[in-house]
Design a protein around this ligand. Structure first.
Ligand SMILES: [Zn+2]
Length: 499
């Protein structure tokens, strides 16, 4: 790849809250130099004009699910997590390999168009992961040109086996039906993972594999230990949904006699390669445990609101030295994979926990969490998430002529508190321009759109019976979870004024 010089853009300096016109030299996918306008460039370097553009590091989505894109809008309106899980497998069922590839393409296109250049994807297949499915999704990211960490989202227990007491809350024939449901045995999933890791089909610098035992209670301890060992053996990251809902926290304590985090700690899963998604229902000891292990959390503020899970204690996580990134969750669990919204909500939500405004997350903290913080969660600390020499050239060009930036009084505040993604003009990933002034260069979007409409229509038909059967269970699962609200549970909260 030859060199590119990006001329005249304003390069965001988060720490100084400034964006001075600068030139950026990119070579072989890496930012080599950032200097004054007119900076010398190697002969033959391609020139990109970035006047009236704000250059920011690509946002990094620390938690999503690519299978969600084809299922946009399907889960329903007032849907708490456990009801989402009741219908998840039915909605995501019947997919051919091309559907899995297509959903990941759609998901990646959405993220790129909203200024996100890398994601941590916990991709689910039903009833269990396959080598072909994982490779299809890896190729989808590679073809669209997006960076990703891709983990198979796996469980060896159904929702009804996972949540203690849930089966008893389901009457008669419905109960017999769900009792008969089975997930893939964990040994089969582990064998698939081993094959996936061995023969990884695309450039690991851009799309790399990871492991995703989905939710602790949905995985047997043997399964979790096997994932732990495999992650160590192949030196790959591991992510799980951690204490996402209040129900999970209450039932986890009931099941294990300790918190979910303590349980994972005792199984030896916590470490620098580990991240927990959501982490809404962590107590102070959990936060310390995760921090001591060098682990990370993917904070998903918009998803946590959409599913009614609550507000994570991000200030306490940062105080505790925890690595915190920002994620959106999938297009079918929290609707929009808009990292600009997610990072804004990360800052806003910190403001309802305490009247002590000195404890609120600043715009700089929220932006840093959604870039460098998420990079750490992806295991790419020091490689992505900043615009600086030596970092990979993942650069988003924002149009400064749009109303949000006129007049440009405070670049960081205007970026964090007003940007909707509508100003995303061009996107470079790994030194390659994938979005050029609103036009996607890597795949034919019109073709993708047509394929998506056709696939969605076919899948809605194929899954109609299974979805209806799953919907019949929602009221029981819902009532069971509402009942759990009576059980007290103490979490870490920034509630009172500090001394
Ligand atoms: Zn999730």
């Amino acid at each position: 790849m030859s060199a590119t010089i990006i001329r005249g853009g304003r390069v965001l300096d988060v720490t100084a809250d400034r964006a001075e016109p600068s030139d950026v030299l990119v070579d072989d996918g890496i930012i080599r130099d950032i200097g004054r306008p007119g900076m010398a460039a190697p002969e033959g370097a391609a020139v990109l004009d970035a006047r009236d553009r704000l250059l920011i590091p690509g946002l990094v989505n620390a938690h999503t699910h690519s299978q969600g894109a084809l299922a946009r809008g399907l889960p329903g309106d007032r849907v708490p997590l456990e009801i989402l899980l009741t219908t998840g497998a039915a909605i995501g069922g019947s997919r051919a390999l091309e559907d899995k590839y297509l959903s990941a393409q759609l998901s990646a296109i959405e993220m790129i168009r909203k200024g996100c250049t890398a994601c941590y994807d916990l991709f689910a297949e039903y009833p269990g992961p396959t080598v072909d499915g994982m490779y299809a999704v890896a190729r989808a990211y590679s073809d669209v040109g997006m960076r990703a960490v891709l983990a198979p989202m796996m469980a060896d227990r159904t929702l009804y086996q996972a949540l203690p007491g849930l089966l008893d809350a389901i009457p008669g024939p419905e109960r017999q039906r769900v009792e008969a449901l089975r997930m893939s045995p964990y040994e089969a999933s582990v064998a698939v993972c081993r094959d996936v890791l061995r023969g990884w089909p695309v450039d690991r610098a851009r799309v790399r594999p990871a492991l995703g035992p989905t939710i602790p209670m949905h995985c047997s301890d043997d399964f979790l230990r096997a994932c732990r060992d495999l992650a160590r053996e192949y030196d790959v990251p591991l992510q799980t949904h951690l204490a996402e809902s209040r129900g999970q926290a209450v039932l986890g304590r009931k099941k294990y006699g300790k918190t979910l985090t303590a349980h994972l700690g005792d199984l030896g899963l916590l470490g620098p390669h580990f991240s927990g998604a959501h982490g809404v229902w962590l107590d102070a000891d959990d936060i310390r445990r995760l921090a001591d292990a060098g682990a990370g959390v993917a904070h998903n503020p918009t998803s946590n609101l959409r599913l009614g899970n609550g507000v994570a204690a991000t200030r306490l996580m940062l105080d505790g030295g925890l690595r915190v990134g920002v994620g959106t969750d999938s297009a079918s669990s929290s609707d929009t994979q808009n990292m600009f919204e997610a990072l804004r909500w990360a800052s806003y939500l910190s403001r309802i926990g305490t009247p002590d405004y000195r404890r609120w997350l600043t715009a700089a903290e929220a932006f840093t969490m959604a870039t460098a913080g998420s990079a750490g969660v992806l295991g790419m600390d020091g490689q992505i998430g900043r615009l600086a020499p030596g970092y990979r050239a993942d650069i988003v060009f924002l149009d400064l002529t749009r109303p949000d930036y006129v007049p440009l009084n405070d670049v960081l505040l205007q970026l964090v508190f007003t940007e909707s993604g509508a100003s995303v003009d061009s996107v470079m990933i790994d030194g390659r321009l994938v979005l050029d002034r609103g036009r996607l260069l890597t795949v034919d979007e019109e073709k993708v759109r047509a394929a998506a409409e056709a696939a969605a229509a076919r899948l809605r038909g194929a899954n109609a019976g299974a979805v209806a059967a799953a919907r019949a269970l929602e009221e029981y699962v819902g009532a069971f979870c509402v009942g759990l609200a009576r059980e007290p549970y103490q979490v870490a909260r920034v509630l009172s004024l500090d001394a």
